[in-house]
Write a protein that binds this ligand. Structure first.
Ligand SMILES: Cc1cc2nc3c(=O)[nH]c(=O)nc-3n(C[C@H](O)[C@H](O)[C@H](O)COP(=O)(O)OP(=O)(O)OC[C@H]3O[C@@H](n4cnc5c(N)ncnc54)[C@H](O)[C@@H]3O)c2cc1C
Length: 329
């Protein structure tokens, strides 16, 4: 089968990577001239290792601890001996994976009357899979996220996450080569976010960037086997983590194709699907009640180990009850 994958981000490149060496001919079409241009803070939690090899040369640092803040006050700090995740050089990570698959750069795909065209020519494929990220999502399924690239010298093994009692969203200070990425995403307009971001900004600013990010969770109508990654909604809505879940969604897609199984059935029976759903439900509940009080309560009383499990998406119903009580059931 000839498979066309639209988008050369983590979802698209990893899908081609998981299908390499099979009987399928896979081409990834990436609209831009290089990989990993989309603004991102490059944080990935460690169980990515169960899904794909992260080349050593693309690892900027190993994360061994995190700090959680509420209204800019430190709530708790966790430091581990083992790694919790990585900061990866995402463009390099994607480039190294892309060397093992067939990618066409500068190949923007446009869909018209149900047909896909690349640079004006109709795309010839038996199956087209969209991995084009937030670009293809309705605006109301996404929130704005902005970040400064600074020279602030943060411990390269520590990430900081910020939450607020008056903002449904999250801020971050993530290490980066020669400094830190300091950003914020939330259910608010960009000017509000910029003002709030100033309160955690440190160091000399070297750059500023922004993009939208899914906070809706999985788009059920897109479970038809033609979407993976953020285009399908695979972002943890409470934390904004999208790289690892997008790659997991591609692993499930590749397995479904290779084993001739129904993607919807495989995906909806996965741990990824149920954990993404819970994250989305927490956000939907806060939007409906127009209040972040529930999340604030959780942060104030939570056991940090449970918070890690929740962020990783590896939690049981009992963990959820401990964290949220009846709030989201
Ligand atoms: C500011 C910010 C910070 C973030 N920080 C983190 C973080 O630290 N950790 C984390 O896990 N997640 C983070 N995310 C989320 C994460 O970046 C995404 O969820 C993740 O990259 C999704 O992967 P994807 O492959 O599905 O989509 P994308 O990474 O968006 O890739 C889609 C690709 O498709 C291409 N494309 C789009 N349309 C077309 C077209 N028509 N034809 C051809 N190509 C096309 C794009 O150029 C792009 O390369 C962040 C998001 C933002 C906005």
């Amino acid at each position: 089968m000839q498979i066309a994958v639209v988008g050369g981000g983590p979802a698209g490149i990893s899908l081609a990577y998981f299908l390499r060496g099979s009987k399928h001919e896979v081409t990834v079409y990436e609209g831009l001239s290089t990989f990993g241009v989309k603004p991102c803070a490059w944080g990935v939690l460690s169980d990515i290792d169960k899904v794909i090899d992260v080349p050593k040369e693309s690892v900027i640092s190993e994360i061994k601890g995190f700090r959680v803040y509420l209204d800019n006050k430190l709530l708790y700090e966790v430091e581990k001996k083992s790694k919790l995740g990585y900061i990866v050089d995402k463009p390099l990570f994607l480039k190294l994976l892309a060397e093992k698959v067939y990618v066409r750069l500068n190949a923007k795909v446009v869909t018209k009357d149900g047909k896909a065209f690349v640079n004006g020519e109709e795309l010839k494929a038996d199956k087209v899979i969209y991995a084009n990220g937030h670009y293809s999502l309705p605006k109301e399924y996404t929130i704005p996220a902005i970040q400064y690239i600074t020279d602030y010298n943060i411990d390269p093994e520590i990430v900081e996450m910020y939450f607020y009692s008056d903002l449904l969203g999250y801020g971050w200070v993530f290490p980066e080569r020669g400094g830190a990425k300091i950003g914020i995403g939330g259910y608010a307009d960009v000017n509000f976010l910029k003002e709030r971001l100033k309160t955690i900004l440190k160091g000399r600013v070297k750059g500023f960037q922004g993009a939208r990010v899914n906070d809706y969770g999985v788009v059920e109508e897109r479970l038809n086997g033609n979407y993976v990654g953020e285009a399908l909604g695979t972002v943890y809505a409470v934390t904004g983590e999208g790289i690892r879940p997008s790659i997991i969604s591609s692993k499930i897609m590749a397995k479904s194709i290779l084993e001739g199984k129904d993607f919807r059935r495989e995906f909806t029976s996965s741990q990824l699907y149920s954990s993404l759903k819970v994250h989305a439900r927490v956000i939907a509940h806060a939007k409906k009640t127009n209040s972040v009080k529930g999340l604030e309560r959780v942060l104030l009383k939570a056991d940090p180990e449970l918070v890690i499990k929740f962020a990783m998406g590896e939690f049981s119903k009992i963990d959820l009850l401990k964290l949220f009580g009846r709030m989201i059931f």
